[in-house]
Design a protein around this ligand. Structure first.
Ligand SMILES: [Zn+2]
Length: 89
């Protein structure tokens, strides 16, 4: 199995592990592995009733947030200040 990202990524409600072989189906990941051992979920926002993906993932357990690095499949952990900043946008 080849890693596609600097974090383990999972697709869909059943958290299918994403590899280079199935990433076309599952990318972007619904879940990424969080530093706390749980899974951070892809954040969507709603506009006129429709969900739109954001570039961020949030962990309900520890409230860490991650952001995908533009043009890559890697993620960075957002510091508290940058979370506040991103939430303004
Ligand atoms: Zn967490």
């Amino acid at each position: 199995m080849y890693e596609v990202s600097n974090r383990k990524c999972f697709g869909g409600p059943y958290k299918v592990p994403i590899t280079q072989f199935n990433r076309q189906t599952w990318w972007p990941p619904k879940w990424i592995e969080c530093d706390c051992g749980e899974h951070a979920e892809h954040i969507f926002y709603r506009k006129k009733g429709n969900p739109y993906p954001t570039k961020r993932w949030h962990c309900d357990t520890c409230h860490r947030e991650y952001q995908i690095i533009e043009y890559t499949t890697n993620f960075i952990l957002l510091e508290n200040d940058s979370v506040k900043q991103a939430n303004k946008n």
